[in-house]
Design a binder for this molecule. Structure first.
Ligand code: NAI
Length: 703
């Protein structure tokens, strides 16, 4: 866990606690002991703290947030105080990533030397927290208010070079040199120069360095951009306190606030998502020993919206892509869009021209399926029609080499039926991307009945390689995300018939924290797109004549949403304004359907949109379509704009109590007559969990 080595009068304490030197109780204890030993030894004049792992330290052990061991003695404050109050010079040698508590530890050292490749950050805000071991007080003193505020509020790390330029790091050395030797030499140099110990408490933060309205401006930005979240404002107040309070008082305040924020639902929600991400990669039947296949080339069938987006995601990850279309025209359009995308990236200085050219050169277009003979992974993204997809898969079966993985990006069709058309259903899998596919992080990996574990494992690796968050789901209409979306969308539209306005529905949902209200989402996704999906399942929805009646009407009127300038709103570009005609359409439809219009409370809108969504998620768990509640949460947070600080719909359900969800479902089943009876049936599992007093977080699937 810890090694101590002496280089003349310098003791080097090396952290060696794989995988990431998380500062859990054991490492804290060993570090403190090693420090004390070095302080007591007459032979030691200075101490270097470094790491034997590729990174320096990833920070606190997040697991301890759950267990409460974070406060076990020695806690991080005690360890950091021991560095700050050292009787000898202490130097941090930052060889790689230093995050959170890891960076906080280095900031209490007298000097910091870093390798060029090192990255330094305080990512606590991503867990709904703020740095709680001195970070908010030390970083502004060392790096200045502007940089500290940027780093703490974004959670994003900075490079060693940047850290050096702002004074957070004292020396940066090239990645080529022996870093240990460089650190020892630097320490010798400091000793020879008889440098003094340095304390952050001696540094005064000068508020004038950022201008008098700095905090006012950032407060406005926070209020606009992080509605509903409590951590950003807390962070800023603590940073601001460096201009108002002495160091010791600021530290005290930070610690007090940190204990409080840890107990908040928002911190619980975001740490839940952190753990859910880890858990989501554990898949029944996929073991450590399960083999994987090599993916060195990808082909996309269909160069439409999704095909081009997925191509860009693959190219960005360094994978060459073959793009297949039916006509030269469609192919050229697709290739042209990819080319334009990279031109825009050059304009925005995200990449240089040379990089853009080499990315463009890595995609090859063809009309001939024979071009797939050597491809490792083929992703089909043609029109959403079963016959067309089956035709494509017949071709793939004919042309692809044995062992190639054949994937479909279908969003609604039965993957097992598509797989069955091939002679190798074990090689078929669903890769359900979200639009825009090069940006959205979510990737639903659809596990077919026959999908081989090694195909699944390879798909998970591929997902991570192209920087997605892959979540494995089973086959059903809409998989997990869209299936949960369906009742949410249904209620959003039905409420318009009952008397709510599009603005009211959208406002309630955005106030709850959704990135966008459901009515605006429908306009953005295309009213024609959702209409076509309904067309394929009219029979299943025929019991309810009001089902998406307003959306069907808008489709009939050619109002396809944002793309046609009119949907439930008017659009000029992305700017939308209300359209009173939509209310008139709703009134007429309601009258024809015998729906009595009334004032609808915000509370009812929220409950009616969210409870059926949660109920569907629970039903999905019961059917084994999702492995864990956390998987549904990840899907909704990363693919559907559900607020991360609420932890996803199922975590939120636990927070408000499953009993309330069940009671709400029953209330609307009664209150809404036949409509209520039809759609507000509680999932069996919801009833069972409430009966047995079990939370979703404790639910373990029996499958
Ligand atoms: P699109 O209409 O933009 O593109 C489809 C492309 O496939 C067209 O360029 C067409 O020429 C081409 N194509 C049709 N038949 C072909 C064949 N036999 N061989 C080669 N190319 C062929 O459609 P979009 O939106 O890209 O959707 C594609 C698939 O992705 C669908 O299955 C859709 O359900 C799914 N999807 C779409 C999402 C979206 O937001 N648009 C999100 C997630 C999945």
């Amino acid at each position: 866990m810890i090694n101590i080595q002496s280089f003349n009068n310098i003791a080097v304490i090396t952290m060696n606690s794989p995988p990431v030197n998380a500062l859990g109780l054991e490492l804290r204890t060993s570090l403190l002991k090693a420090l004390q030993q070095s302080y007591e030894s007459d032979a030691v004049d200075a101490v270097i703290i470094d790491s034997s792992l590729p990174l320096f330290c990833a920070g606190a052990d997040i697991e301890e947030l759950r267990t409460g061991d974070i406060w076990q003695t020695p806690d991080l404050h005690t360890l950091i105080d021991a560095v700050d109050n050292a009787p000898k010079l202490v130097i941090a040698a930052i060889n790689g990533i230093a995050m959170g508590g890891g960076l906080e530890l280095t900031m209490a050292c007298d000097y910091r030397i870093a390798r060029q490749a090192a990255k330094l950050g305080l990512p606590e805000i991503k867990l709904g927290l703020f740095p709680g071991a001195g970070g908010t007080q030390r970083l502004p003193r060392l790096a200045g208010l502007q940089v500290a505020t940027d780093m703490i509020l974004s959670g994003n790390p900075i490079t060693a070079a940047k850290a050096e330029s702002v004074g957070l790091v004292d020396r940066v050395v090239s990645d080529d040199v022996n870093f240990r030797q460089a650190a020892v030499a630097y320490c010798e140099e400091l000793l020879n120069n008889k440098v003094q110990r340095r304390h952050c408490s001696d540094i005064q933060v000068d508020p004038d360095e950022v201008g008098h309205d700095f905090f006012i401006k950032i407060r406005v930005e926070i209020a606009n951009n992080t509605v509903g979240q409590i951590a950003p404002e807390h962070c800023l107040t603590l940073i601001e306190s460096t201009t108002l309070l002495p160091f010791a008082e600021g530290l005290e305040q930070e610690k007090k606030d940190f204990i409080e924020i840890l107990k908040t639902p928002q911190a619980r929600a975001m740490t839940h998502l952190f753990f859910a991400e880890r858990e989501s990669q554990k898949i029944p039947g996929v073991e450590r020993e399960t083999a994987t296949r090599e993916i060195n080339s990808v082909a996309l069938i269909g160069a439409g919206t999704m095909g081009t987006g997925i191509t860009i995601a693959c190219l960005d990850a360094g994978l060459p892509v073959t793009l297949i279309e039916t006509t030269t025209e469609a192919l050229d359009r697709g290739l042209g869009n990819i080319s334009k995308h990279y031109d825009r990236s050059v304009e925005k200085a995200r990449i240089n021209e040379e990089q853009a050219e080499s990315l463009k050169a890595a995609v090859t277009g063809t009309l001939d399926f024979a071009g797939l003979a050597d491809t490792d992974l083929v992703i089909e993204a043609v029109f959403e029609e079963l016959e067309i997809k089956q035709m494509v898969f017949e071709q793939l079966d004919k042309h692809c080499k044995p062992g190639a993985i054949l994937a479909s990006n279908t969003s609604t069709l039965d993957l097992d039926v598509i797989a069955a058309i091939t002679s190798r259903p074990e090689d078929v899998i669903g890769l359900h991307f979200f639009s825009p596919a090069n940006i959205m992080r979510l990737l639903e990996i659809v596990r077919g009945q026959a999908t081989a574990p090694e195909v699944l494992k390879t798909a998970l690796q591929f997902g991570k390689r192209i920087r997605k968050l892959p979540v494995v789901v089973g086959v059903c209409f809409g998989f997990v995300g869209n299936r949960m979306f369906e009742p949410y969308f249904r209620e959003g539209s039905r409420l318009l018939l009952e008397g709510a306005s599009p603005e009211q529905v959208d406002r309630v949902l955005t106030e709850f924290g959704m990135a966008m209200g459901i009515v605006s989402v429908a306009d953005l996704a295309g009213i024609d797109v959702s209409y076509r999906i309904r067309e394929s399942r009219r029979q299943q929805i025929s019991q309810d004549p009001s089902y998406q009646a307003i959306q069907d009407k808008l489709f009939e009127l050619g109002r396809y949403g944002q793309k046609s300038g009119r949907g439930s709103y008017f659009y000029e570009g992305r700017e939308k304004t209300s359209d009173p005609e939509v209310v008139k359409l709703c009134e007429a439809l309601a009258s024809g359907l015998n729906i009595k219009r009334r004032d609808i409370s915000d509370q009812e809108i929220l409950e009616r949109c969210l409870y059926p969504l949660i109920n569907e998620g629970i039903q999905i768990l019961d059917e084994g379509i999702a492995y864990r509640p956390g998987d549904c949460d990840l899907i909704w947070v990363n693919g559907y704009g559900f607020p991360a600080w609420r932890g996803g719909p199922l975590h939120y359900a636990d927070e408000i109590g499953l009993k309330s969800v069940l009671a709400g479902m029953s209330k609307y089943a009664q209150q809404l007559g036949d409509y209520g009876k039809l759609w507000f049936k509680p999932a069996k599992l919801l009833e069972t969990l409430v009966r047995d007093g079990i939370k979703l977080s404790d639910y373990v699937t029996s499958r």
